[in-house]
Design a protein around this ligand. Structure first.
Ligand SMILES: O=C(NC/C=C/[C@H]1O[C@@H](Sc2ccncc2)[C@H](O)[C@@H]1O)c1cc([N+](=O)[O-])cc(O)c1O
Ligand SMILES: [Mg+2]
Length: 221
């Protein structure tokens, strides 16, 4: 019974990064996935776009859908203001266990709440169970066919306020056509596309940045 890819990523982090240094954790994962074994982290190229969005928005409450090995979790949490919190939802218990180790290694466990479960089950419970009012930023990077239903669920649960940003990975590859169609054509969103490449490859990909304007879709006339 060999190791899993997440286990090999954790080993690379422990071998090639410094405890308590989120930047070195991010670099260690990028190096491993660039030179040893591809993995579905948002990666260094798209990661710079994520960084810019976070630094510009200065979000206080962040939701991440799809933790995997916590690459983007660590990358985002590292840039948040001191009082900010990030909640990340992960369905797979094995990935979540590795993610927890990487979050702790990076020294970010105070900023990050990792929940094991499905976004569809947990989104309706976040207000009640975690005292969340609304999210300033949502990073979508989980199952691509869940982007649209989970966005509608966030709206329905009143978890988005006007000005909230949805940042979605992989809108080209693997692609999220129904989600793109929705955020680009709904009066509830002002959407723009950041062209980039699939992590660690030359394939076309990009991030969709969508600002929630409010349910009536009045927002900025
Ligand atoms: O499939 C991709 N991502 C799906 C990610 C899924 C992650 O989120 C949960 S699912 C879940 C479900 C519900 N709630 C929370 C988590 C899985 O256990 C996994 O850890 C993907 C694929 C490629 N690619 O090139 O093939 C590139 C990428 O950047 C990708 O993100
Ligand atoms: Mg992705």
């Amino acid at each position: 019974t060999g190791s899993t890819r997440p286990q090999r990523i954790l080993r690379a982090v422990q071998k090639n990064s410094t405890r308590g240094s989120p930047c070195s954790v991010v670099n260690a994962i990028d190096d491993y996935c660039k030179h040893k074994e591809w993995a579905m982290n948002v990666g260094d190229e798209k990661g710079i776009i994520v960084d810019d969005v976070v630094l510009e928005l200065k979000p206080i409450t962040v939701l991440e859908l799809g933790t995997y090995c916590a690459y983007s979790t660590v990358r985002i949490a590292n840039l948040l203001p001191p009082e900010a919190k990030l909640i990340t939802l992960e369905f797979n218990a094995e990935s979540a266990a590795i993610a927890r180790e990487i979050i702790t290694w990076a020294g970010l466990e105070e900023k990050i709440q990792l929940i094991i479960g499905a976004s569809g089950d947990w989104i309706p419970r976040l207000k009640e169970e975690f005292g969340i009012e609304t999210f300033d930023l949502v990073f979508l990077d989980h199952w691509k066919d869940r982007y649209l239903p989970d966005t509608k669920l966030l709206e329905k649960c009143g978890l988005l306020k006007p000005g909230a940003v949805l940042l979605a990975d992989n809108v080209i590859c693997p692609g999220t056509p129904d989600y793109l169609d929705y955020v680009r054509n709904s009066p509830r969103y002002k959407s723009k596309f950041y062209r980039s490449h699939l992590e660690y490859t030359q394939e076309e990909d990009g991030l969709e940045h969508s600002v929630f304007l409010g349910m009536a879709g009045r927002g900025a006339e």
